[in-house]
Design a protein around this ligand. Structure first.
Ligand code: LMR
Length: 391
């Protein structure tokens, strides 16, 4: 039977991890998969996470099953940070835990499909796994251009997609720190998007995987909040992989904005059934850690300070790239005003290969770089190599 299967290429982003690890060059630079790195190139466990983990070991008295919804203490503790001062919007928002942001996106799209969605409009380029999940579910991806050639968001394209979408359509938006471009909508653009969604009835699904890594925890949630303030229903896929540095522990949440508590109850009975049939229940550890952090003011302050440091370091790298002006034919100045871990360089696949083979610089074939892989130490080498290759 197994001979009926044809080999599949490994996930291109995850494959970069192994390629980079196998490279013996001391001055290699990893700009591949999206993990935060310090100035020393490490991805340490947050001090707040370590402290909460120690407490968890002391305090946890059972590892018995939870339900498909996971740790609701974790899910609820996150809500004020995502949704603001009235976190349930008068009982209209509720959530459940998922295995990472990927689990949340998967569940959001599967539930949308169950509710009759057939097509999903999405700005491209996007995180490659979005398209993979859509294809796996058999949902049609309707692409529009996320960015304009000048490095700003293409507002007309997203408004056009929303306004002309049909009743069986949803639109998938990035809450902040757009992956892979780093190009976010401005506050005014979010208002226009929210208005278009409210007028058209197109169903919004918002993927928020980098809150706190763009402009700050509150600022990064502002776009999402302006949409939720205007629309009757929405799905939110949330990841703690990056902003709590819990990548491999798979910490995510799926939230629904519904018309009322009865609608939420029915929607979550379906979401629970989908989760049960897929992963049964999410892994507990990372969610429990986030719950402990967010219920303790001292640990919360520690976590926020660590997040501020990360954001500040990436902002410093962006400022330095923008100050360099250009590398060969590549204009680096737009990177200074973009947000989060990622930026897209207009390089060819051949140039990406030359950077890897000739200079030990690893990035996605699309030209996406992980800003956090750059430091004040390796920046000159990166800019020189880019100039040499992309002349
Ligand atoms: C990325 O885009 O590099 C991250 O979101 C990691 C992943 O799972 O792809």
């Amino acid at each position: 039977m197994l001979d009926r299967l044809s080999p599949q290429a490994p996930d291109a982003l995850l494959a970069l991890i192994r390629l980079h690890d196998a490279d013996p060059r001391d001055d290699k630079i990893d700009l591949g998969v999206g993990v935060y790195r310090t100035e020393d190139g490490n991805t340490p466990v947050f001090a707040a996470v370590k402290a909460a983990e120690q407490r968890l070991v002391q305090e946890q008295d059972s590892k018995s099953y939870l339900g498909p919804e996971g740790d609701m203490g974790f899910v609820n503790a996150l809500m004020p940070h995502i949704f603001g001062a009235d976190p349930t919007m008068g009982g209209r928002i509720s959530g459940m835990q998922t295995p990472g942001g990927t689990g949340a996106v998967r569940l959001a799209l599967a539930l949308a499909q169950k509710a009759g969605v057939k097509r999903v409009h999405m700005g491209v380029p996007s995180w490659p796994n979005h398209a993979q999940i859509l294809a796996d579910l058999g949902l049609e991806l309707v692409p529009f251009d996320h960015a304009s050639p000048d490095g700003t968001a293409n507002l007309e394209a997203v408004l056009d997609a929303i306004v002309n979408a049909g009743v069986e359509d949803a639109v998938l938006l990035h809450g902040c720190c757009h992956n892979p471009t780093g190009i976010d909508y401005t506050a005014d653009q979010w208002e226009q998007i929210a208005e278009a969604l409210a007028q058209s009835g197109t169903f919004p699904i918002i993927d928020s995987a980098y809150q706190g890594l763009g402009q700050g925890l509150e600022a990064d949630a502002a776009g999402l909040r302006s949409v939720l303030a205007k629309v009757p229903e929405a799905f939110i896929a949330y990841s703690c992989d990056k902003n709590f540095g819990q990548y491999r522990d798979r910490v995510g949440a799926f939230y629904i904005l519904g018309q009322d508590s009865k609608a939420l109850e029915t929607a979550f009975s379906n979401a629970n059934a989908l989760a049960r049939a897929c992963w049964s229940m999410p892994p507990d550890h990372g969610g429990a850690v986030v719950r402990l952090i967010l219920r303790d003011p001292e640990l919360t302050a520690m976590w926020m300070a660590e997040l501020d440091d990360m954001r500040g370091r990436m902002r410093g790298v962006r400022d330095a790239l923008a100050a360099a002006g250009s590398a060969g034919r590549i204009d680096l100045t737009p990177l200074g005003t973009q947000n989060g871990l990622f930026a897209m360089l207009p390089v060819t696949k051949e140039e990406v290969a030359q950077l890897r083979e000739g200079h030990g610089i690893y990035m996605a074939a699309s030209g996406r770089i992980n800003i956090a892989g750059l430091t004040m130490g390796n920046l000159p080498k990166f800019i020189a190599a880019l100039a040499a290759v992309a002349h």
